[in-house]
Write a protein that binds this ligand. Structure first.
Ligand SMILES: Nc1ncnc2c1ncn2[C@@H]1O[C@H](COP(=O)(O)OP(=O)(O)O)[C@@H](O)[C@H]1O
Ligand SMILES: O=C(CO)[C@H](O)[C@H](O)COP(=O)(O)O
Length: 551
């Protein structure tokens, strides 16, 4: 279109803090990524099930990647900035300095990560209260939420942490505070991880009942008594100090944030699907399930009315798409489990050497190796006698049982590359069966889902995507921009800038279909049989536990 290039362009910066790395992108009004940068972040595991990070490290990484993506452009064209991050707990003292969350007293490590399971005893006691707030987390609170972690700090680190703490932030809210000096919390974090209700606010009786009456007494000032919808513009925008750190102009709009999975949901769920022949075309957006697959997988389904799904978090009002209720199913380790299985196998050094020699990622190599050994049958049939139960870090949904463990049946004496490749395949399939179980629970409670929208690091793996299509029997939509979580973060920045009237409008303009992967329906019988075995595995695991508990 003549003259179009001369129009001043508007850019947004999205920053996404995942478990393993920080990513930033420069995104335009059509949702196109013009620049991308990433940087790994430190994690500490001082003891089993304790996982910690550093808010200073993470902020420094945000600054590095943001500076990289805006290099060479006129920064005055940047209209807004949005953050998303994992729902980890950041602890600061009364002067906003990091406080240690560990007995070693290392103040650098002031974050209890989302996957930290130190607060098992606390979460059991919280669940025993049967308080009504638990109805909005699937009936059972997860050890990965904030209330049990806060109680752990009070009971285990009273003098060194609890008494000195001035501010407890969800990581996405910490980032928006750091950028603007505004400590208002996002409705997303508070509703999904802190038991806040969009309609009723905090429930004093819950905090008193679990022994954290301290928050009630000081009017929730340490955990948030000002709450804003995701995408709302914060204060006066980017402070001069943060602007210098990030390499952006002071005063640009900064949005109230989202948890990473929720940003992924915004990045994919609103795309225009016309012309792809999908069952969700012409149907309400509630027929779509966004699945954000990174270290963990999160299954985000929305509805017009609240739906209570046992073992699935929510219903949360307006926590992702404004005006809709959200249910969030999840698997605590998916990418992390695949990495664990592959890296722990005896043939891993051989795999690494061969992949490096071919300049391929280990996963691209494994996928081509499976193609080589599958012979005449479809690749998925290589696991006819090898089955995996994937809950190596407990089950988040729909069983909501953190005592569950991983299982593998069908092991042989071989340790070669074929063996590694087939174990990897069985693990990928087990994760997809876990998704099927979550979808069945959501549908039994009233959701009606026809199409999956995948994003996150694992959606770059074609085998992972195809197995999700084959095992759920649903088409999988992949976005035009692989880094859809960053598009979601940029949508927040775009909303805060005022360039779009609503999150829905920004979603419709900025998220786009890239590719559709259809299920191989001819393999359905085989996967139905494997699913039967999958369900038997957990049944048997429970039987074993009962036998061992008996006299
Ligand atoms: N190109 C790829 N092929 C296969 N797996 C990938 C690829 N890229 C990332 N992954 C996997 O995705 C997971 C990390 O996803 P990511 O979205 O980066 O996680 P997080 O947001 O938790 O940091 C890892 O398990 C990694 O192995
Ligand atoms: O609990 C979650 C969202 O509600 C996520 O699992 C958690 O934030 C980690 O995300 P990721 O796997 O992308 O690192």
């Amino acid at each position: 279109m003549p003259g179009r290039d001369r129009e001043p362009r508007s850019y947004y910066v999205g920053v996404d803090v995942g478990t393993g790395s920080v990513r930033a992108a420069l995104v335009d009004q059509r949702g196109i990524l013009l620049a991308f940068a990433d940087q790994p972040i430190n994690q500490w595991e001082p003891q089993f099930n304790h996982h910690e990070q550093s808010s200073e490290d993470i902020w420094a990484a945000c600054c590095v990647v943001t500076k990289q993506v805006v290099q060479g452009i006129d920064v005055n064209q940047i209209r807004g900035l949005g953050f998303d991050a994992t729902c980890s707990l950041v602890v600061l003292d009364k002067q906003f300095r990091p406080l240690p969350v560990n007995h070693e007293g290392d103040p650098h490590r002031n974050i209890i990560m989302w996957l930290d399971h130190r607060a098992v005893s606390q979460v059991h006691r919280i669940n025993e209260t049967k308080h009504s707030v638990l109805q909005c987390v699937g009936g059972v609170m997860s050890v990965e939420m904030q209330a049990p972690k806060l109680l752990w700090l009070k009971e285990n680190m009273r003098e060194t942490c609890w008494d000195k703490a001035g501010h407890f932030f969800d990581l996405p809210d910490f980032l928006s505070w750091k950028a603007t000096g505004v400590s208002a919390r996002s409705l997303c974090s508070l509703v999904c991880k802190w038991t806040y209700s969009a309609e009723k606010g905090w429930d004093d009786s819950f905090w008193k009942m679990i022994g954290l009456e301290d928050f009630v007494a000081d009017n929730y000032s340490k955990i948030g008594n000002q709450v804003l919808p995701p995408g709302a513009s914060l204060g006066h925008g980017l402070t001069p100090e943060a602007a210098k750190d990030l390499g952006l102009p002071a005063g640009i709009a900064v949005a109230a944030s989202l948890i990473d999975a929720h940003a992924g949901g915004l990045g994919v769920i609103g795309a225009d699907v016309r012309g792809y022949g999908l069952a969700c075309e012409g149907q309400p957006v509630t027929s779509r399930l966004a699945v954000i697959c990174g270290t963990s997988s999160c299954h985000m389904g929305i509805s017009k009315d609240p739906i209570f799904v046992p073992g699935v978090w929510g219903p949360y009002f307006s926590a992702m798409v404004p005006g809709f209720w959200l249910n969030e199913g999840g698997q605590s380790v998916t990418g992390k489990l695949i990495d664990h299985m592959v890296q722990g196998h005896a043939a891993f050094p051989e795999l690494q050497a061969k992949a490096t020699a071919r300049c391929q990622s280990i996963y691209a190599y494994l996928n081509s190796h499976l193609d080589l050994i599958k012979k005449a049958r479809p690749v998925g049939f290589l696991t006819v006698d090898l089955h995996v139960w994937p809950d190596f870090h407990g089950n988040r949904s729909p069983l909501a049982d953190l005592t569950l463990k991983g299982m593998v049946t069908g092991l042989k004496l071989s340790q070669d590359l074929d063996d590694l490749a087939i174990l990897y395949l069985a693990t990928v399939q087990a994760i997809a069966f876990g998704t099927r179980l979550i979808i069945e629970a959501m549908e039994a409670a009233g959701h009606s889902i026809s199409t999956l929208f995948l994003c996150g690091g694992l959606s770059k793996n074609p085998l992972f995507v195809q197995m999700h299509a084959d095992i759920t029997g649903m088409p999988v939509v992949l976005s035009q921009e692989v880094e859809s979580v960053l598009v979601g973060a940029a949508i927040l920045g775009a909303c805060a800038s005022g360039d779009f009237a609503s999150v829905q409008e920004a979603m419709a303009r900025m998220s786009k279909v890239g590719k559709v992967v259809l299920p191989r329906l001819e393999d359905k019988r085989y996967y139905d049989k494997k699913y039967q075995v999958f369900l038997k595995l957990v049944e048997h695991q429970k039987e074993y536990a009962a036998i061992m508990k008996g006299d």
